[in-house]
Design a protein around this ligand. Structure first.
Ligand code: BGC
Length: 756
């Protein structure tokens, strides 16, 4: 750890009011003005309407209500239709059978891949690899656009420190900087950069969500209230949304929760003052699913009031509620809102369509030939396999249990060992659930002829034996076969398979639908029946490798104490089976790092690395002292800290060198460290930079991630890794919410995780 000192008072106000950016594209303005001059009020309101395609997916577009609404100009976009032929036909209705022939935008939740599925976003975050995350988004855009989609409801960037919340799986974890870096990477991957965005027919519009603070829902319960000070909001939660805006994101989704007592969908301060005036966002804002009508239950008024308040707050598009369609005309007549407000929202949607190139060619994303050759390709699958292998985090590896030898007998055991539908993970809406290889198949393929691979299921997923059969994800039945055998029968089979093996790979954890939307949990252990299986497997005395599937941080104290090796594989996507095998057999050395803190138990939650000290911190090395900030029954330490992850090799860090020990507000300095691969394997390491602002006018966290770099080192090789420390990196929001840096001492820490 080193200290630097920043000189000179430097109060830079970043909070000034910026004017809404007017479109500089004269052509676009002219086009939209002319089009809008022809539109009736009803048609303008129609552009703000985004229904879900439901009936259209069943192929009844022509006779459906939706088709009639399209013809009547009452729909601006549709979401979740799969298949370019279907989309093309619906677009045809819009551009041939509606009065003004305005094309529709077609959206989908392409969250971590289309048919080629990458790790869940939490797994992507565990790669700590900006290029990999951008590439995953790029390939997702290529595939989705080849199938007619031009708008994705991604990236999800909600900072989340509470693993009880199932949607932790959908975001980039607990850190604001890490989240911001990946928010940018994903926006670039989907849309392209700057002027290049949307140029090609494989660049689609991103939608950053859920704005704002959805990840801080009370008690980790989905859709629940959030409430926090503005100082925490701006220092710890807002940056990833802003980073997406800075990267040029085309749209923003309002969150379900309230912020400061007002649902985000009606929160004018959030949508107008912060998003547009302060951050300069010039795209459009869509509600979340039924976000408007849900405000009736939030208790802000009837359907009409909720619709009017949403428009008044600067919401442009209404997903599913049809509140705008049904209520705005009346609201205008009664003088509660103005036609100018509808015009503004309509203009923003038409501009998005213009930027996407849909007026020039409504079928830009409807090239049926592309769909045949650009989806789930060999090349895409190879990239997904490589990215997945980078996302796995080796939590423990006693006595070099891993990697496995490519000889002898490997018993693959567990309810997650031979299942396809569990591999891609939550929000894999476009995937063919039967396409993935199972872990067992992946192991057989990678292990080669010299390894005998045996298998037993060992237990149900949960103690409810019917669970697997009935499991659904987004209304889709997962098609898992009912397991008729009892846990006792399966256990006995598993033990005989295990006893005859040299090593046991236990594939356990959460099933895919146990995380994601509406999947909050209060216990975060591996389900009981699986834990029983694990304990029995350990009793055989054979080495056990726990391959852990999970969409959130879990509580693993028992496993950490007893199981020799634990590899956290999240949900690694369609190629996970092969990628896990690559790592198990040492073809790839694990290099993922935790994007979230793993607590010792649920009672410690929320537990995160960048906390404050309090006035009664624990003395260094102590775990309990009376009248200090701690618990009677457990230390304040996490089980596994943020940024943590082992490798098959060992990396040694030299001392930190600073190019200077003082800097001003006009200068910067460099912090460098030499990293050496001291072990027996080539490998990749994520070198992490943390800063601590020792004294502030408001209290500052004990450390904050400010940089990271993934490096590759051959056995014996050394590399110097340098990070710039700039005045910008020392800024924070002060008591008056001014974005400033303050003179004083700063500590610089560089290491392989947030603790070391
Ligand atoms: C989710 C969003 C998603 C939307 C559309 C909602 O329930 O909160 O993340 O984009 O549905 O599917």
């Amino acid at each position: 750890m080193k200290k630097i000192f920043i000189l000179g008072l430097a109060m830079i106000t970043m909070f000034g009011c910026q004017q809404n950016k007017q479109s500089t594209d004269v052509e676009m303005d002219r086009f939209v003005n002319e089009l809008m001059s022809k539109m009736t009020l009803e048609e303008k309101i129609g552009q703000l309407n985004l229904p879900s395609s439901g009936d259209i997916t069943t192929g009844q577009a022509k006779s459906s209500n939706i088709a009639e609404k399209i013809k009547a100009g009452q729909i601006g976009g549709l979401f979740n239709i799969k298949g370019v032929e279907k989309i093309k036909e619906v677009q045809r209705i819009a551009v041939e059978e509606s009065r003004l022939q305005i094309p529709l935008i077609f959206a989908m939740d392409v969250i971590h891949g289309y048919e080629t599925v990458f790790p869940i976003p939490l797994g992507l975050a565990a790669t700590w690899d900006r290029e990999a995350v951008e590439q995953a988004a790029r390939i997702s855009a290529v595939e989705a656009s080849a199938d007619g989609i031009c708008w994705t409801f991604s990236p999800m960037v909600d900072v989340s420190r509470d693993p009880r919340w199932g949607r932790m799986s959908e975001g980039f974890g607990e850190d604001t900087y890490l989240g911001g870096e990946f928010a940018k990477a994903m926006v670039y991957g989907y849309q392209g950069r700057g002027q290049d965005a949307y140029k090609a027919n494989n660049q689609i519009m991103a939608c950053v969500k859920h704005y704002a603070l959805y990840g801080a829902s009370e008690a980790g319960r989905d859709y629940n209230t959030t409430d926090m000070s503005r100082i925490r909001m701006f220092n710890e939660y807002m940056y990833p949304y802003q980073a997406a805006v800075d990267a040029g994101v085309g749209s923003v989704m309002a969150s379900f929760n309230e912020v400061d007592g007002v649902p985000a969908t009606a929160n004018k301060w959030l949508m107008t003052d912060v998003l547009r005036d302060q951050w300069g966002f010039d795209g459009f804002v869509v509600t979340d699913y039924t976000g408007i009508i849900e405000m009736v239950d939030h208790g802000i008024g009837d359907f009409e009031t909720a619709s009017i308040r949403a428009l008044d707050a600067d919401i442009d598009m209404d997903m599913v509620s049809e509140g705008f369609l049904l209520n705005l005309q009346k609201g205008i007549k009664e003088g509660k809102i103005s036609e100018a407000q509808v015009d503004l929202a309509c203009r923003r949607i038409l501009e998005a369509k213009y930027k996407l190139g849909l007026f020039a060619d409504p079928y830009k994303y409807c090239d049926v030939e592309r769909a045949k050759s650009e989806i789930y390709t060999v090349e895409h699958k190879a990239v997904a396999r490589e990215i997945a292998s980078k996302s796995f985090v080796l939590l423990k590896n006693d006595k070099n249990t891993l990697p496995l030898n490519k000889k002898g007998t490997v018993a693959v055991v567990g309810p997650l060992a031979n299942t396809r539908s569990n591999m891609p993970g939550t929000w894999s809406v476009a995937v063919d659930l039967d396409a993935s290889k199972t872990l067992l198949e992946g192991i057989r393929e990678v292990a080669g002829d010299k390894v005998r691979v045996t298998y037993a299921k060992g237990s149900h997923l949960t103690s409810d034996a019917t669970y697997e059969k009935n499991a659904t994800m987004f209304g889709k039945t997962l098609g898992r076969e009912e397991e008729k055998r009892s846990d006792a029968q399966m256990l006995s089979e598993a033990l005989s398979v295990a006893r005859n093996a040299d090593v046991i790979v236990a594939a356990l954890g959460e099933s895919a639908e146990m995380s994601g939307e509406a999947s909050s949990r209060t216990e975060l252990n591996i389900p009981d029946v699986q834990q029983t299986l694990l304990k029995e497997l350990l009793k055989t005395g054979k080495p056990v490798v726990l391959v852990l599937f999970n969409g959130r941080a879990l509580t693993l104290q028992w496993e950490a104490d007893h199981v020799p090796a634990i590899l956290d594989v999240w949900f690694g996507g369609t190629e996970a089976g092969l990628a896990i095998a690559d790592v198990l057999f040492g073809d790839v050395s694990p290099s993922g790092k935790l994007p979230v803190t793993f607590p010792q138990n649920v009672g410690q939650i929320p537990l995160f690395y960048n906390h404050k000290t309090t006035g009664r911190p624990l003395a260094e090395g102590k775990w309990f002292e009376k009248f200090r900030s701690n618990y009677l029954d457990v230390s304040n330490d996490p089980l596994y800290p943020f940024g943590y992850g082992l490798s098959y090799t060992e990396f040694e860090y030299g001392d930190i060198k600073l190019s200077a020990s003082e800097m001003t507000n006009e200068s910067e300095l460099t912090a460098s460290v030499m990293v050496t691969n001291k072990g027996q394997f080539d490998g990749e390491e994520v070198v992490q930079l943390y800063l601590r602002d020792v004294v502030g006018t408001v209290t500052r966290p004990v450390q904050e991630l400010k940089g990271f770099e993934r490096i590759s080192l051959k056995v014996g090789e050394s590399k110097e890794v340098s990070f710039k420390v700039t005045p910008e990196m020392l800024k924070f929001y002060n008591y008056d919410l001014q974005y400033v840096n303050e003179p004083g001492d700063f500590k610089v820490m560089i290491g392989g995780n947030s603790k070391d």
